[in-house]
Design a protein. Structure first.
Length: 216
């Protein structure tokens, strides 16, 4: 039975991990009968907002907020986790583009949080497959030189990813794109999806592709 790490960044699309995408990934993994290990960096969120007003509120901790999605069972991000998992999935949401990295602020010049960068680069060196959803492929692009990803048909984001020296391919939200060489699978999710049904289909496509990579 495979163990898949879901790397979260808080709880909610405006400042953390996108909830529909996180749950869609969890459902797609659970349908396989695999185990899920939730993880998040134990750091303050770069932004925390009121989902009623959209205004900034007092900062919250990314790990503590991620526990809401994980139903309380979440591990602080650490490279040692890689010893016991078969793949990584990273949902999107502004937390992926603000807390895990700062793509939302610095675009192609973005930097990745050191703990997150070490985790992803170590996984890549070990050959552990990585799945990323929505805007999270930009995070993966910063960590893995030359990787090929998709964020759907958002050509503005695609051009920024190309400026990082990576490749971008168009893809429908119900599908995923696989870079077999780098063992990375990406799906557009809410970059272009109309609703959670499309996000779930894309997540299922991503997990099916990850299964093939794990089994190689």
């Amino acid at each position: 039975m495979f163990r898949i790490a879901i790397l979260l960044s808080g709880c909610g699309n405006m400042d953390g991990a996108e909830i529909h995408e996180s749950v869609a990934a969890a459902i797609a993994i659970d349908q396989k009968g695999w185990n899920i290990v939730y993880t998040a960096p134990d750091v303050p969120q770069k932004r925390t907002v009121s989902y009623m007003s959209g205004k900034n509120i007092a900062p919250r901790n990314a790990l503590e907020e991620s526990a809401r999605i994980a139903r309380g069972s979440v591990n602080a991000l650490a490279e040692e986790l890689l010893d016991s998992i078969d793949a990584i999935v990273i949902p999107g949401g502004m937390g992926a583009a603000l807390t895990l990295c700062d793509f939302a602020l610095r675009e192609e010049s973005c930097q990745v949080h050191p703990e997150v960068e070490a985790f992803i680069k170590s996984a890549h060196r070990r050959g552990i497959p990585i799945g990323a959803m929505c805007i999270a492929p930009a995070l993966v692009a910063r960590c893995i030189p030359g990787v090929a990803v998709t964020t759907g048909t958002d050509h503005g984001t695609a051009e920024k990813i190309r400026k990082m020296g990576c490749e971008h391919f168009d893809c429908s939200p119900e599908e995923s794109y696989t870079d077999n060489k780098n063992r990375v699978v990406t799906t557009p999710a809410y970059m272009t999806a109309d609703g959670p049904a499309q996000v779930l289909k894309g997540a299922e496509s991503m997990i099916n592709a990850l299964e093939k990579l794990i089994s190689l």
